[in-house]
Design a protein around this ligand. Structure first.
Ligand code: ZN
Length: 284
């Protein structure tokens, strides 16, 4: 297994982990200070700085961008809404290109307001990804579908298993290095009995596994969105899942992505980064 000391490029810090404390420029500075060589960016933070300036800060600091968060949110109540979503996604692809991101992370989107048509929303997601993929290939930005935990099916993402994401890739862009792949987040996927098999399945197509995100599942979890745990503080066997991901051929950065309004967002961000590095060494 790759160790952080010998492979400092291994750890990426997702901007969400310190989003309450830091803007983009502070994140870049902080990662430099802590010897963290990759980040994952968020659209709102990049927009505050301005895309060009944000990209320059990243380049000047010599940082890699493991992913740009996030595109997706495809389903809408009508055709105009779907067009608006697609246009916004194209802008997200352009941002990812400017930032030099490994991929644009796609969170599928849930049901349109008032709708109970889950299958219909899933069809809209598939059509949206297909349309965006054409554009992303021209701009040479990879699209990474991130399945979210099923508790978000109604409001955030109706792609909830790695099997579903793999099926989408097989239907829309089969074959190696197709520009469409998956981002694996232990928080969303750890409970799935099919996870090991589906990670192996993803690994059989070169270039499909585009990202690997870590945090932990707290017991109890007190908020559906903003109560993720630091690695090691919860119920997820991260080394086991990491071993499956690396056995499937993934050799990219591992992203610490912790939405924690109750705890880590209230702390000194330098402490948060230090603990991330320490936990990465000891429990990941
Ligand atoms: Zn994630």
């Amino acid at each position: 297994m790759r160790e952080l000391e010998a492979h400092p490029e291994l750890l990426s810090l997702n901007a969400a982990t310190v989003r309450a404390q830091w803007g983009h420029a502070e994140l870049v500075e902080g990662c430099k200070r802590h010897g963290i060589s990759a980040i994952a960016t968020w659209r709102d933070k990049v927009a505050e700085t301005g895309v060009e300036k944000a990209a320059k800060l990243v380049r000047d600091a010599g940082l890699k961008v493991s992913g740009h968060c996030r595109g997706g949110m495809f389903p809408a109540a009508d055709a105009a809404g779907r067009r608006t979503a697609l246009e916004d996604n194209r802008r997200a692809v352009d941002e990812a290109a400017a930032l030099g991101a490994r991929s644009l992370i796609l969170v599928a989107g849930g049901l349109p307001p008032g709708s109970k048509d889950l299958a219909g929303a899933q069809t809209q997601v598939e059509e949206g990804i297909a349309a965006l993929l054409e554009y992303a290939r021209k701009v040479r930005v990879d699209l990474a579908i991130e399945p979210l935990h099923p508790m978000y099916a109604a409001d955030r993402a109706c792609v909830n298993t790695l099997k579903h994401a793999n099926d989408l890739c097989d239907r829309l862009a089969p074959g190696p290095n197709s520009g469409l792949g998956v981002a694996l987040d232990v928080y969303h996927l750890w409970w799935d009995p099919a996870l090991e098999a589906e990670i192996a399945r993803a690994g059989r197509t070169a270039g499909r596994i585009m990202g690997f995100h870590v945090c932990d599942w707290l017991v109890p979890t007190n908020d559906l969105l903003l109560d993720r745990g630091m690695m090691g503080d919860g119920a997820i066997d991260i080394p086991k899942i990491r071993s499956w991901v690396e056995a499937a051929g993934y050799a990219g950065p591992i992203e610490a992505e912790i939405f924690s309004a109750r705890n880590w967002w209230k702390r000194d961000p330098d402490e948060v980064l230090a603990v991330c590095k320490e936990r990465f060494r000891t429990v990941c």
